[in-house]
Write a protein that binds this ligand. Structure first.
Ligand code: PHE
Length: 340
């Protein structure tokens, strides 16, 4: 029967074509070609009435079977193609694209400044000593010849905790611990956090950092102190920096001085940062008071020494041109990144 032969040929061609369908649009083309409005199978089904009576039933039956078979084959192929298409889409990683670079962290500018200070003194033969932030009055005041009536012992100037404990108001407490532990020669620097109940503003914080230094040996003199400090100032701020010592008073050193450097902003001409006088105070220093030696059991007739102490935030503010101390502690990453 001619019509049935045609159906057989259509089926063979359909099979061949569907096997070659590698993507969904090609599959759609095959579907239109056989089952679409003008598709080959559709046309046969539509022209059944033109067939001789004896063939109509059989051809109609075969053609409908084929229609169902084609529909099923197309759906099954579509599902397969959709699956592989989704899978390749997921794998579409362009390995040539530049990656997302993770931002490397950096040290905090205060930590960085402490490291720079430490390195300078380490190169001069100092080693680093640390001590407790929670301290007794003896180590923070008594052994350092700070008498009971001294204003820094007032509750307004020190954070007192229960009993005799307090938060250290300077790192000088470490001097006492070090000297109790070892005999001269002593040559240490003492970096660390200190606490004072100051109202917070652009230049004050209730917590800040100091680096203190202590040198004790036979025959240590004020000129040794001056030499070490001038090397420090030049290493830290540049070779053109000038340094001056002004007489001052500290209970734990005698004689004592405050140390200024020529203003690094205006180079001594006078500007807002140096209040117009061309100098910036950066540290306190002096020869260790014999009373401190007595408190730790050193013989003042045998040994002499010097001590100095500086505020790290003040130095960092000068180095980086930061005008508000609070920026260091707010930990705003946009600020910290600029200084790294
Ligand atoms: N301890 C002093 C302060 O906190 C600094 C200092 C240390 C001064 C050593 C002289 C000698 O202000």
């Amino acid at each position: 029967m001619e019509a049935l032969d045609r159906l057989d040929r259509i089926k063979d061609r359909f099979e061949e074509e569907i096997k070659k369908c590698g993507d969904l649009s090609r599959l759609d083309g095959v579907r239109t070609a056989y089952l679409g409005r003008k598709g080959e199978l559709t046309m046969i089904l539509r022209s059944l009435s033109a067939l001789p009576d004896g063939q109509k039933v059989e051809v109609a039956k075969q053609a409908n079977l084929l229609k169902r078979e084609f529909t099923a084959r197309i759906e099954e192929t579509r599902a397969g193609l959709e699956e592989t298409e989704a899978a390749t889409k997921k794998d579409k990683t362009d390995v040539t694209l530049p990656g997302i670079r993770p931002r490397a962290g950096t040290v905090h500018p205060i930590t960085g400044t402490i490291s720079r200070i430490n390195e300078i003194f380490i190169s001069l033969g100092f080693s680093i000593a640390e001590g407790p932030e929670i301290e007794t009055e003896f180590y923070n005041f008594g052994a350092l010849n700070i008498p009971l009536e001294h204003p820094s012992r007032d509750a307004f100037d020190t954070f007192y905790i229960k009993g005799e404990y307090l938060l250290r108001s300077h790192t000088s407490n470490v001097q006492v611990h070090v000297m109790e532990r070892q005999k001269p020669p002593v040559q240490v620097i003492m970096p660390g956090r200190v606490y004072r109940p100051d109202a917070v503003d652009a230049s004050h914080s209730f917590m800040f950092h100091q680096v203190e230094g202590l040198m004790v040996d036979k025959g240590v003199s004020f000129s040794d102190l001056k030499g070490v400090l001038s090397i420090f100032c030049r290493s830290m701020f540049g070779n053109d920096i000038k340094m001056r010592l002004r007489p001052h008073f500290f209970p734990f050193t005698e004689p004592s001085a405050e140390v200024d450097i020529s203003c690094i902003i205006c180079e001594g001409k006078g500007c807002r940062v140096c209040s117009g006088n061309g100098w910036l105070e950066i540290l306190g220093a002096g020869l260790v008071n014999p009373k401190v030696f007595e408190a730790v059991g050193y013989d003042p007739s045998e040994y002499s020494g010097y001590a100095f102490g500086m505020g790290v935030e003040r130095i960092a503010m000068l180095l980086y041109g930061v005008e508000d101390i609070r920026l260091f502690f707010e930990n705003d990453i946009r600020f910290l990144r600029q200084l790294s």
